[in-house]
Design a binder for this molecule. Structure first.
Ligand SMILES: [Zn+2]
Ligand SMILES: [Zn+2]
Length: 269
């Protein structure tokens, strides 16, 4: 991966087209800190090369990370809300908020870096994701920072586009939030209890709790689903088409999956 970004002291991150050609660029590699040479040929895309011809595979990644850290040390970042979801139920555990950190540290090597961001006593762990392939297994309670759109520096031009994206777009996602997992389990239990109550109130055990017949069941006829939902009088609710089946052989012969009643003609009439 060619890298069009170097570090110039004291300016910081420098784009290849904003520096002098060759060794006069006065830039170093953001990863190994060896001197850079600015290659600004006519044919190829401009890039920085190490003066001693060594190669740093993750030199561009280090530049991108440096730009992220530079932004986080001064700009605002929206920490997304933590929301638990199960079926149609939703519970906001923690609302989103805009944070301006007072301390940001880069931890770990360039392959699996973490950004530890602090504000007073509070702290957040950000896991940058550079590549769709290298989705990292984040630990509990960390946030992933989606940087995949910046994988090509020439197409994405992060020195211009990264800060606005961090400011305005939601690149952060809660990866594993322990409180969310807990709340989702609680929602699930609540949902299941409601279902059990539904059957209990009608004195019918739920389908999966009904005793199995001791005699072998009759061979299943070939079924077709009805087109329209129909009301079940016994359960006083509308039965979805997938819950009602009609045999192909005899028209008008129905089995209602809610009350298990077999009827001739239109259901329950
Ligand atoms: Zn290097
Ligand atoms: Zn019915």
């Amino acid at each position: 991966m060619k890298n069009p970004y170097g570090i110039n002291n004291p300016r910081g991150i420098a784009f290849i087209d904003d520096v002098e050609r060759g060794l006069a660029c006065e830039c170093v590699c953001p990863l190994c800190h060896k001197p850079f040479r600015a290659c600004q040929g006519e044919k190829n895309e401009h890039y920085f090369a190490h003066q001693d011809a060594s190669e740093c595979e993750f030199s561009y990644r280090a530049s991108l990370l440096r730009m992220v850290v530079d932004y986080l040390r001064s700009g605002e970042l929206e920490i997304p809300a933590v929301i638990a979801r199960y079926m149609n139920e939703e519970e906001i555990i923690q609302s989103g908020e805009k944070i301006r950190f007072d301390r940001v540290e880069q931890i770990g090597d360039i392959k699996t870096p973490e950004l530890h961001c602090h504000l007073g006593e509070r702290s957040w762990v950000l896991k940058p994701v550079f590549d769709k392939k290298d989705r990292q297994n984040g630990g509990a309670g960390c946030l992933t920072l989606d940087l995949t759109r910046f994988s090509n520096p020439y197409a994405s031009r992060p020195h211009q586009t990264l800060a606005p994206a961090l400011r305005q777009e939601n690149l952060l996602q809660w990866k594993n939030h322990p409180k969310r997992a807990e709340a989702e389990l609680a929602l699930r239990k609540k949902h299941e209890e409601k279902q059990v109550d539904f059957f209990r109130s009608r004195n019918v055990p739920p389908f999966h709790n009904r005793p199995r017949p001791t005699v072998a069941p009759a061979p299943r006829p070939s079924f077709i689903a009805l087109e329209e939902p129909l009301p079940c009088k016994f359960f006083n609710k509308v039965i979805e088409p997938r819950d009602i089946f009609m045999t192909k052989k005899s028209e008008g012969y129905c089995v209602c999956r809610a009350c298990n009643k077999e009827r001739g003609g239109a259901i329950h009439t």
